[in-house]
Design a protein around this ligand. Structure first.
Ligand code: ASP
Length: 292
């Protein structure tokens, strides 16, 4: 049976705070999921859909990606992003880029236009300029909210990601982030690392992660979750089991996934994870734990 066109996005896992703008996070995730789903309905690929969804979230200052990214100790936005195509196992990633609003598109260009998987810093930026991607001053990525978080030493939340299955049954995953507030300049988290923050394989699953990157990297969380789906676990059971592996790495995180059968699933060991989805059964959004 053909899987329904489906997309699931996340807007970051983290602590639940009294001043969290739950409505804005849910609305942003749902809008991104709808945008990605519209791409699928027009016959676009899963890669097209996750890129479109993540671009919208990068443009939304509510999230820690693109505009509104978490800031380094020095007050700059340094962005990481990656994308993976489950049909071909092609992948592209960028890290520590400072002058693009949509690093996910730069990551896709790396995937499609170079023999490499990842470009970082000045080299990634030179490549993006040469490809004609719009360049933006770093200050324009910095929001008052991100500055306040840096000043008050708050844990950043709001990394974004998307997973999708298209009409040909192909899977894709994408993730984009400003990383962790107050990080050292040059720090790279899990989000641009294939197998850690992002993974997609048509024979396993497509996965995007969020949470403490240093812990996620230690257990290769995205690949681990995909392997658990391939071993026969239901999507939700696989997502939960993958997070159990994080306990040893002393981290809390969340992840979203889509299985080759088109099941959308998620789990988080943080207090909450913003998410939104559109599938054959309809659409929805969540923030905290699912109602039982
Ligand atoms: N995983 C991201 C990082 O460590 C942060 C997050 O998801 O909140 O860069």
């Amino acid at each position: 049976m053909k899987a329904p066109l489906s997309i699931l996005v996340h807007g970051g896992a983290g602590p639940h705070r009294p001043d969290d703008d739950v409505a804005a996070a849910q609305a942003g995730c749902l809008a991104a999921a709808r945008a990605g789903h519209a791409v699928l309905k027009r016959g676009g690929s899963a890669v097209d859909a996750v890129e479109a969804a993540v671009r919208l979230l990068e443009d939304d200052p509510v999230f820690n990606a693109g505009v509104g990214a978490a800031l380094t100790r020095d007050g700059a936005a340094e962005l990481d992003a990656s994308v993976m195509d489950g049909a071909t196992l092609s992948a592209g990633a960028v890290a520590c880029v400072t002058c693009f609003q949509n690093p996910i598109t730069l990551a896709r260009r790396v995937m499609e236009d170079t023999p490499h998987i990842m470009l970082v810093g000045a080299g990634a930026e030179a490549f993006g300029r040469a490809r004609g991607l719009p360049v933006i001053a770093n200050e324009r990525l910095v929001t008052a909210q991100a500055r306040r978080e840096l000043e008050t030493h708050r844990v950043s939340t709001g990394t974004v990601g998307a997973v999708a299955i298209d009409g040909a049954g192909h899977l894709a995953a994408a993730t984009s982030t400003g990383g962790t507030t107050g990080k050292l300049p040059g720090r790279v988290g899990d989000s641009p690392l294939i197998g850690c923050g992002t993974y997609a394989d048509d024979m396993k699953a497509a996965v995007s992660c969020t949470g403490l990157g240093e812990a996620i990297i230690r257990v290769s969380l995205a690949r681990h979750a995909a392997d658990l789906v391939a071993s026969g676990l239901d999507g939700f059971a696989a997502a939960r089991a993958a997070l159990e592996a994080l306990a040893r790495a002393r981290g809390a995180a969340g992840l979203i996934l889509v299985t080759p059968a088109g099941q959308l699933a998620w789990a988080f060991s943080t207090q909450r994870m913003a998410r939104g989805w559109v599938n054959g059964a309809g659409e929805g959004a969540g923030f905290g734990p699912d109602p039982r």
